[in-house]
Design a protein around this ligand. Structure first.
Ligand code: SF4
Ligand code: SF4
Length: 354
């Protein structure tokens, strides 16, 4: 595909034109944090952000949504979710590589053995302009989990290059369509631009640290089931679920029926759920498979870094660091994994061990 360059100042003009056709979402600053929000003015975008507090997952699978309402008198269903998904296509501007990788993971979950038609409908109607960040954000560890790079899942992908411009990779026909909205703003990339693009990638590579190694993580986790670290962090964990709610790859939800107090109708809702909550593994007979806080926290680590590889072929962590920022108990996903690797580095079955 043809690649382009665009001046940074012209990106706002592109978004301005896109607002006629799309519901546009972008990172905006709210007090001291950034979040993805719908915008009506390109000037409200802030692409100079480290990490948003919550991920773009909420735009495809909202935290709470009504699936349908049943009217007891008329004995009919109304407000079906599939009928309420907006007709307008959406455009998300400024998704970092880690978050695009997060969506690629959700695509596997919600489009695999059990199709999630609501997620897929929103995904099909969404165009993504990704943004390459050339420096590490405060808590992120994307390079350790190889999510600092992305080769698919975007329609346009912008990399800052010299002279206040972006190098533009086109990833799909939807990206081509965006360019046709404002062809005067784009120039075909020259050999010099390709060189500038390579220099930016090199700079990125040099600035992102590798803080733990994926290569022996599976073996480490297999051996570390009884490591004392689980008890240590289990004592601190409040099972508040914040780490899962901000996570771009946590995908669990619950479906509940809420009957109105007037007994006239009942609404079926789906709500985000997490394995950190006590009742997540509660089953008939009041038996709980993960009774203790420690067991629930440990399960989260094993599911994301071990079970997901078995189920989906890749780990369920993009190294975005949001769970680290969100945890009121100061538990760091990265530090726990790095500590486990250190604790088990000399185990006989680990390659390079004694
Ligand atoms: S955010 Fe921290 S305290 Fe809350 S459930 Fe996650 S690990 Fe536990
Ligand atoms: S586990 Fe933490 S670092 Fe990994 S994707 Fe989820 S929020 Fe981001």
């Amino acid at each position: 595909m043809q690649n382009y360059v665009i001046k940074k100042e012209d990106l706002n003009k592109l978004v301005e034109r896109a607002l006629d056709d799309y519901d546009v979402y972008a990172p905006v600053q709210k007090k001291s944090i950034h979040v993805y929000d719908q915008i009506s003015d390109p000037a409200s975008m802030d692409l100079n952000y480290g990490q948003t507090m919550t991920s773009a997952k909420k735009l495809f699978n909202p935290p709470v949504e009504n699936m349908m309402t049943f009217d007891f008198d008329k004995k009919e269903i109304k407000d079906r979710l599939e009928d309420t998904i907006p007709e307008n296509p959406s455009l998300i501007v400024g998704l970092h590589a880690c978050d695009i990788n997060g969506l690629l993971f959700l695509d596997r979950v919600y489009g695999g053995e059990y199709d999630d038609l609501y997620y897929q409908k929103r995904r099909e109607k969404t165009t993504i302009i990704g943004l390459n960040c050339l420096e590490s954000c405060e808590s992120g560890f994307c390079r350790s989990v190889n999510t600092h790079i992305v080769f698919e899942g975007y329609d346009l992908f912008l990399t800052p290059i010299e002279d206040e411009r972006y190098y533009v990779n086109v990833g799909s026909p939807k990206g081509d369509r965006l360019i046709t909205l404002a062809p005067d703003l784009f120039e075909e990339a020259t050999e010099d631009d390709v060189d500038a693009f390579r220099k930016s990638l090199q700079k990125k590579h040099e600035s992102l640290p590798v803080e733990f190694h994926l290569d022996n993580l599976m073996e480490t986790l297999d051996m570390a089931w009884d490591d004392p670290i689980w008890e240590e962090i289990g004592e601190d964990c409040m099972n508040c679920g914040s780490c899962a709610l901000v996570c771009p790859t946590c995908y669990c939800f619950d479906v509940v029926d809420e009957v109105g107090l007037d007994l006239k109708e009942s609404t079926r809702k789906r709500k985000w759920d997490t394995c950190l909550y006590y009742d997540f593994a509660l089953v008939a007979g009041n038996h709980n498979f993960r009774e203790e806080p420690e067991a629930r926290l440990k399960y989260r680590f094993y599911h994301k870094m071990r079970g997901a590889v078995h189920d989906q072929g890749i780990i369920a962590c993009t190294g975005c660091g949001r769970c680290i920022d969100a945890c009121p108990a100061g538990i760091s996903f990265l530090d726990v994994l790095a500590q486990l690797q250190k604790n088990w580095a000399s185990a006989p079955t680990i390659e390079g061990g004694n």
